[in-house]
Design a protein around this ligand. Structure first.
Ligand SMILES: Nc1ncnc2c1ncn2[C@@H]1O[C@H](COP(=O)(O)OP(=O)(O)OP(=O)(O)O)[C@@H](O)[C@H]1O
Length: 395
């Protein structure tokens, strides 16, 4: 499948034409924003940005204030003009490079391909909630009856259908932002640009809206470019995260890539405050079955301390378990909250089980290792307490 959005060597400079022309060669030499400003008076918005966003992916641009996130995002609908590079937007078989395309193609991009959600709610106070959500549709000439139907469907999605005829000021901040979300989704544009949409909200509402966005996304599968200065938010919602510093992308990767393999000291600094338990999964910390120590006949030790072993049949299915020399039974981590704490059981997880749940299972089994099963219930590896500790302190 081809990507929905492709940035290649994108650079944005702010300043007069002369300043920009003087700055361009310095950008190419890799000079910093401060150096470029001092020499030419031009401000480097972003430079040398390469990024591919696949269809249906949430790609997050993350970085400190001034790192160039919004500048890069705004090149997608040419609210900022790139001085070099290309920004290709794809919609089905159609595609255009925003940097060089005609006004006509740009109109198509803005009307049909790309919708934007801002940090500030940007609702029109004299219009009802429904009329705010339908504003984009109205501009594109969608007739009133169809508009109302589409608007109501979007309001249902964000649980605001009962508020359709109220005015913006009658809604709380969180609700207003949900209206903003509904408005972006209502346009049916396949690509959403979200510039810190939740950062003005208090933490509880913010978490709730992040969850709602992920729920909506499961059903609607938009391509989302999301700006955030909050790494926890980025790790939670991003399929892929790009960390920006001084206008340049310094690392792009999945949450696990960023947490386990930070590209440089700047990224390491960023992640030093993140709780790895909420990001890592069983898969990230397990030891493969091939690396486990045999324990006689068909048995294998799950941990280096040799407290726990499994007996496996020829299909790698577990047919016996022992803990501290006593028979034990094996149960799913899904049941961890229901079962009492005792040493006679060994929990099993799957690749996606979060490290948090794995640790909870260790606690409930009085530090037994946790086994890893694949979708066919085959034993594929194990996690001992030392594996968890290593993953947590490695950073
Ligand atoms: N219209 C503009 N004119 C001049 N300079 C600009 C303009 N827009 C942005 N900049 C500059 O470009 C740089 C990048 O700004 P940008 O807004 O992209 O950063 P950001 O990472 O999105 O920050 P924030 O999180 O604070 O929004 C900053 O130095 C900023 O001052």
């Amino acid at each position: 499948m081809s990507p929905a959005l492709e940035f290649h060597n994108v650079c944005v400079l702010f300043g007069t034409d002369r300043q920009q022309a003087a700055a361009q060669p310095l950008v190419e030499k890799g000079l910093s924003r401060t150096e470029i400003l001092a020499e030419t008076g031009a401000v480097l918005g972003c430079a040398a940005c390469d990024l591919t966003v696949e269809h249906g992916e949430i790609s997050v641009l993350m970085g400190l204030s001034g790192s160039g996130k919004s500048t890069l995002l705004r090149t997608v609908n040419r609210l900022n003009e790139a001085s070099t590079g290309s920004v290709v937007v794809r919609d089905g078989d159609w595609q255009a490079d925003v940097v060089t395309c005609s006004e006509r193609d740009l109109r198509r991009i803005r009307r049909q391909c790309v919708a934007m959600v801002f940090q500030q709610f940007a609702l029109l106070p004299w219009r009802t909630v429904a009329d705010n959500v339908g504003f984009g549709l109205e501009l594109s000439g969608v007739p009133a009856k169809e508009r109302r139907e589409r608007v109501m469907a979007q309001l249902e999605l964000v649980h605001l259908a009962d508020w359709a005829d109220k005015y913006a000021h009658q809604l709380s901040g969180g609700m207003q932002q949900r209206v903003g979300l509904a408005r972006a989704f209502a346009t049916e544009a396949p690509i959403l640009l979200m510039d810190e949409p939740f950062s003005a909200l208090d933490p509880l509402i913010r978490t709730k809206l992040q969850d709602e966005l992920l729920e909506l996304q499961k059903r609607l599968k938009k391509t989302i470019l999301f700006v955030s200065h909050d790494l926890e938010e980025a790790l939670k919602i991003g399929n892929r995260i790009s960390i920006m510093e001084g206008g340049r992308i310094v690392q792009t990767g999945t949450s696990e890539d960023i947490i386990l393999r930070p590209g440089n000291a700047y990224v390491r600094d960023f992640i030093s405050n993140v709780n790895p338990l909420s990001v890592l999964t069983a898969w990230n910390v397990m030891r493969d079955v091939r690396d486990l120590e045999p324990a006689g006949d068909d048995w294998v030790w799950l941990d280096r301390r040799r407290t726990t072993r499994f007996r496996l049949d020829e299909n790698m299915l577990v047919i016996g378990a022992e803990r501290n020399g006593e028979p034990a039974f094996w149960v799913s981590c899904d049941d961890v909250e229901r079962l009492p704490e005792d040493p006679s059981k060994v929990f099993w997880a799957t690749a996606e089980t979060s490290l948090k749940v794995v640790m909870r299972a260790m606690q409930q089994s009085q530090t037994a290792p946790v086994a890893l099963f694949d979708a066919a219930s085959r034993f594929v590896g194990a996690i001992g307490i030392r594996d968890v500790l290593r993953a947590v302190v490695r950073r």
